[in-house]
Design a protein around this ligand. Structure first.
Ligand SMILES: Nc1ncnc2c1ncn2[C@@H]1O[C@H](COP(=O)(O)OP(=O)(O)O)[C@@H](O)[C@H]1O
Ligand SMILES: Cc1cn([C@H]2C[C@H](O)[C@@H](COP(=O)(O)OP(=O)(O)O)O2)c(=O)[nH]c1=O
Length: 208
C-alpha cells in the first residue's frame, strides 16, 4: 500500500511598501508556526532561487521599461513556483514569502501605472488556481516608511522613488485588500513591535 498523500501546506505572503516593517516580523511568524509544529520554508521575491536572485539584481538596480519589470518579476516567480513553492506545498510544508504577486499589482500596476489586465494575464499564466492562503499587509503612512528606510539602509531603485509613487503603491495594496474577501489582512504597522506581533498572532489564529 502506498503512503497517504500529505495535505497541501499553507502559503502565507508578506507585503507592504518599502520600510513598512514586514522583514522585521517574518522571523516572529516563523517562530509561531514552528512552535505549532509546522515545517516552515521561508523565501522571498523577487528571488528565492539562484536564477530568481539574478533577476532580482536586475530589477532592483537597472532602469527598464515597466513591461520589462513586470515580465522579469513574473519570470522570477515562475521559477520560484517550479523550484521552491510548488514542491514545498506538495510536501505539506508552510511557505512564507517576503512578497508575491500583490507586489506586482502594487508596484508595477499602482506605482508605475501598468494596466491591471496585463498583470492579471501574467498572473493567470504563471499561477492559475494558486493564491496565498493569507497575505499580511504591513501598512504605514509614507512618512513613517521613509523615516524607517532612511534610518537603516542604502536605497535601491524602488526605494529611491518619490513619495507619490509610494502613495500609489500603498493605495493599490489597500484597494486589493478590500476586494480580497479576507485573504489580505491589513496590519497597522505604525504600532509598537509588540502590538504588531499581537495583530499577527490574531491573524494567524485560525490557521493554528
Ligand atoms: N513596529 C515598528 N516600530 C518601530 N520600528 C519598526 C517597526 N517595524 C519595523 N521597524 C524598523 O523599521 C525599519 C524597516 O523595517 P523592515 O522590516 O526592514 O521593513 P520592510 O521589510 O517592510 O522594508 C527597521 O529598522 C525596523 O527595525
Ligand atoms: C515581488 C516584487 C517586488 N517589487 C519591488 C518592491 C521592492 O521595492 C523590491 C524588493 O524589495 P524588498 O523585498 O522589500 O527587499 P528589501 O526589504 O531587501 O529591500 O522589489 C516589484 O516592484 N515587483 C514585484 O513583483
Amino acid at each position: 500500500m502506498s503512503a497517504p498523500m500529505p495535505t497541501r501546506g499553507r502559503f502565507i505572503t508578506f507585503e507592504g511598501i518599502d520600510g513598512a516593517g514586514k522583514s522585521t516580523h517574518i522571523g516572529f511568524v516563523t517562530g509561531l508556526l514552528q512552535d505549532a509544529g509546522k515545517n516552515v520554508v521561508s523565501t522571498r521575491e523577487p528571488g528565492g532561487t539562484p536564477l530568481g536572485e539574478k533577476l532580482r539584481t536586475l530589477l532592483l538596480h537597472e532602469k527598464m521599461d515597466v513591461g520589462t519589470e513586470a515580465l522579469l518579476a513574473f519570470a522570477s516567480r515562475r521559477e520560484h513556483l517550479a523550484q521552491v513553492i510548488g514542491p514545498a506545498l506538495g510536501r505539506g510544508d508552510w511557505v512564507l514569502s517576503d512578497r508575491f504577486t500583490d507586489a506586482s499589482f502594487a508596484y508595477q500596476g499602482g506605482g508605475r501605472g501598468l494596466p491591471l489586465p496585463k498583470l492579471e494575464a501574467l498572473e493567470q499564466w504563471v499561477h492559475p488556481g494558486l493564491q496565498p492562503d493569507l497575505t499580511l499587509l504591513f501598512d504605514v503612512p509614507l512618512e513613517v516608511a521613509r523615516e524607517r528606510l532612511d534610518a537603516t539602509r542604502t536605497l535601491d531603485k524602488f526605494e529611491s522613488e518619490e513619495a507619490a509613487f509610494f502613495e500609489r503603491c500603498r493605495n493599490e495594496y489597500l484597494r486589493r485588500a478590500q476586494e480580497s474577501g479576507g485573504r489580505i489582512v491589513v496590519v497597522d504597522s505604525t504600532r509598537s513591535i509588540e502590538e504588531v506581533r499581537a495583530q499577527l498572532k490574531a491573524a494567524l489564529e485560525k490557521f493554528l
